[in-house]
Design a binder for this molecule. Structure first.
Ligand SMILES: NC(=O)c1ccc[n+]([C@@H]2O[C@H](COP(=O)([O-])OP(=O)(O)OC[C@H]3O[C@@H](n4cnc5c(N)ncnc54)[C@H](OP(=O)(O)O)[C@@H]3O)[C@@H](O)[C@H]2O)c1
Length: 329
C-alpha cells in the first residue's frame, strides 16, 4: 500500500489507517463481535493496512486492550497510534497515561502518541516537554495532536513540533479546509482524517436522517431536536442528504463503491497523511484497503468538491463535529 511520511518525522504510514473506536462497541456503536474485530486486524495487516489508531478513551481502555490482543505475535508488523485524554496532559499524568496505554496495548512502544483534545489549563510547553521525555525514553516514536485549531497549533509549535493533527475531514465535513489544513501544510504537520465516512453516512446505509441510529445522529449535520445532540443548531439535514445522493450518483457513474470514492477523494487532498476509517470486520478491511488503489480523475475530484460545497458553506469553519461553540481553536 502507498505510504506517506508523517510531518517532519521518519515515520512512514499507509495512506489508510484502521480506526479502532467502533470495535469498542458500547453506547455509540452498539454490539461488537470480538472475533470479527480480531479477524479484521489480521486481515488488515495482511493487506498492508497495518496502521492502527485507538485512544485510552475508546470504551475506557477496551479498544486498546482489544487491539493489543489482535496484535499478539504480529506487533512488529504494525504501526500503533493512540491518544491521551485531555485530563491526562499534566506531565505526570501524561507519563502515567502512557504507561497504562502500553500495558493495555501489550507493547513496549507507541509509534504515534497524540494529545486527544487540547487541555488549555496545562501550559502546552509542559505537556510537550513530557511528550519529548517519552520519545527520549523510547516509549513513543512520534508525537502529535488531535483536534487542534490554528491558534492552539501556533502555541504548541512554540514548544515543539507535533507531526500530525488528527481532525475530522470528509466529503461531508470540510471545515478544516478554511484554516486548519492550510496551517498544517504551512507547518509540515500531516493531517490524519477521522470519520472519513461520516460514521457510516458515506457508506450509503441510511436513506434519510430518521434512519440514522441515535449515537450517530449527534453531529452538527443533524437537527438539535435529535436525541444526544449538544450543538443547539438547526443542523443541515437536507444539505447532508442531498450531498450523499450526489456523491452516490458520481460513484455510480464511475462504477465504484461510494465508500471507496469518499476515501480516495481524501487521499488525493494536499496535506493528508492518512485516512482513518473505522473498521469492524474483515469485509470492511478489504473494502476500505481497496480505496488505496483507486486514483480518481481530476474532474471527478473537482465534481465531488462542487457537489459538497453547499454543505460545507452551511456548516462553516467550525471544525468541531459535535459542539456549536467550537472546542477547536
Ligand atoms: N481524534 C478524534 O477525536 C476522533 C474522533 C472520531 C474518530 N476518530 C478516529 O477515526 C476513526 C474513524 O472514525 P469513525 O469510526 O468515527 O467514522 P468512519 O470511519 O467515518 O465510519 C465508521 C463506520 O463506517 C462503517 N464502514 C466502514 N467501512 C465500511 C465499508 N467498507 N462498508 C460499509 N460500511 C463501512 C462502519 O459502520 P457499521 O458500524 O455500521 O459497520 C463503521 O463503523 C475512529 O475509529 C477513530 O480511530 C478520532
Amino acid at each position: 500500500m502507498q505510504t506517506r511520511r508523517l510531518g517532519r518525522s521518519d515515520l512512514e504510514v499507509p495512506v489508510i489507517c484502521f480506526g479502532c473506536w467502533a470495535i469498542a462497541g458500547g453506547v455509540w456503536w452498539g454490539e461488537q463481535d470480538e472475533q470479527d474485530a480480531i479477524d479484521a486486524i489480521h486481515e488488515a495487516i495482511d493487506l498492508g493496512l497495518n496502521f492502527f489508531d485507538t485512544a485510552e478513551g475508546y470504551g475506557a481502555g477496551a479498544s486498546e486492550e482489544l487491539l493489543g490482543r489482535g496484535l499478539r505475535g504480529v506487533r512488529d508488523r504494525a504501526i500503533v497510534a493512540t491518544k491521551a485524554s485531555p485530563n491526562h496532559h499534566s506531565p505526570e499524568a501524561l507519563k502515567q497515561a502512557c504507561e497504562d496505554s502500553l500495558r493495555r496495548l501489550d507493547t513496549d512502544w507507541i509509534d504515534l502518541y497524540q494529545l486527544h483534545w487540547p487541555n488549555r489549563e496545562v501550559p502546552f510547553e509542559d505537556t510537550w516537554a513530557a511528550m519529548e521525555d517519552l520519545i527520549e525514553e523510547g516509549k513513543v516514536r512520534v508525537g502529535g495532536v488531535s483536534n487542534w485549531g490554528p491558534g492552539d497549533l501556533d502555541e504548541i509549535l512554540r514548544a515543539g513540533h507535533p507531526d500530525v493533527d488528527q481532525v475530522s475531514y470528509s466529503l461531508l465535513f470540510r471545515a478544516i479546509e478554511y484554516e486548519i489544513k492550510p496551517k498544517c501544510i504551512e507547518e509540515d504537520v500531516s493531517v490524519l482524517c477521522y470519520s472519513p465516512l461520516m460514521q457510516g453516512l458515506l457508506a450509503g446505509k441510511f436513506a434519510s436522517p430518521d434512519d440514522v441510529p441515535e449515537g450517530r445522529a449527534r453531529s452538527r449535520h443533524f437537527s438539535k431536536e435529535r436525541p444526544g445532540t449538544r450543538h443547539g443548531e438547526e443542523g443541515a439535514e437536507r444539505e447532508t442528504f442531498d450531498a450523499i445522493s450526489a456523491i452516490g450518483e458520481i460513484a455510480d457513474e464511475i462504477g465504484e463503491e461510494m465508500t471507496r470514492v469518499a476515501i480516495a477523494w481524501l487521499i488525493a487532498q494536499p496535506g493528508v497523511g492518512s485516512v482513518i476509517t473505522g473498521i469492524r470486520n474483515p469485509d470492511q478491511a478489504r473494502d476500505n484497503a481497496a480505496a488505496a488503489d483507486l486514483t480518481l480523475p481530476s474532474d471527478v475530484i473537482d465534481e465531488l468538491r462542487q457537489v459538497t460545497e453547499p454543505l460545507k458553506a452551511k456548516l462553516g469553519p467550525n471544525a468541531d463535529m459535535w459542539e456549536g461553540e467550537s472546542r477547536i481553536r
